[in-house]
Ligand binder design. Structure first.
Ligand code: C5P
Length: 208
């Protein structure tokens, strides 16, 4: 098994940027596991299938190709919403977790980010980070990102959405979002991207 860095945390906490930076710095493979839930949701939406049929959703989950995941194609708000709905289904989770675990065995090492990597997918990972930020800061970052791309958004809607996604991810019975007992907590509310990267690097270097 390669060296696994497990990164969990709520939506818009900065996990994605941090995970990509870490993977680049160490020459490790990176998997954004949120994309596996998003790809499953998109396949259901594209086929016009209901989001509440667990057996159908599981079939779609088993067909997800890790090599073809693209955040640009999967970033739509409706896909994120649908992803968080099907992510409560144990059979969908089991199918995607199998694929994620297979990925985590790649050499020389991997960075997986999501909600349950340190708790469920790779509980033996030598480095676990729980990256978080206040709901207000996360909503503000998402707002700035949308407006920065020339989009239109209401801060209040985004804030409500962040809270709703947190409740669904933290409140579900199967694999709720929570820090693993042995995770290092990284609150990025008042941290620059570079400072978060340096903090993560010190935890990783101590474990390598
Ligand atoms: O991180 P992202 O917003 O792309 O994830 C979409 C949804 O997929 C999340 O809201 C969450 O419900 C689900 N997810 C999950 N477990 C993971 C990654 C994502 O349940 N490891």
């Amino acid at each position: 098994m390669g060296f696994v860095i497990a990164i969990d945390g709520p939506a818009a906490a900065g996990k994605g940027t941090l995970s990509r930076q870490i993977a680049d710095a160490y020459g490790f493979h990176h998997l954004d596991t949120g994309l596996t839930y998003r790809a499953t949701a998109k396949a259901l939406l594209d086929a016009g299938l209901a989001l509440d049929d667990e057996a159908v959703a599981e079939t779609m989950a088993r067909e997800v190709e890790l090599a073809g995941l693209d955040r640009d194609i999967l970033s739509a708000h409706a896909i994120g919403e649908a992803a968080s709905k099907i992510a409560v289904m144990p059979k969908v989770r089991r199918a995607l977790v199998e694929a994620q675990r297979a990925f985590s065995k790649r050499q020389p090492g991997t960075v997986l980010d999501g909600r349950d990597i340190g708790t469920v997918v790779c509980p033996d990972a030598p480095v676990k980070l729980y990256v978080t930020a206040s709901a207000d800061v996360r909503a503000k970052r998402r707002y700035d990102e949308i407006v920065g791309r020339g989009g239109v958004a209401e801060y209040a809607d985004i804030f409500a959405d962040v809270k709703k996604r947190d409740e669904r991810d933290m409140g579900r019975a199967d694999s709720p979002l929570k820090p693993a007992d042995d995770a290092h907590l990284l609150d990025t509310s008042e941290m620059s991207i570079e400072a978060a990267f340096q903090a993560a690097k010190s935890f990783i270097d101590a474990a390598l």
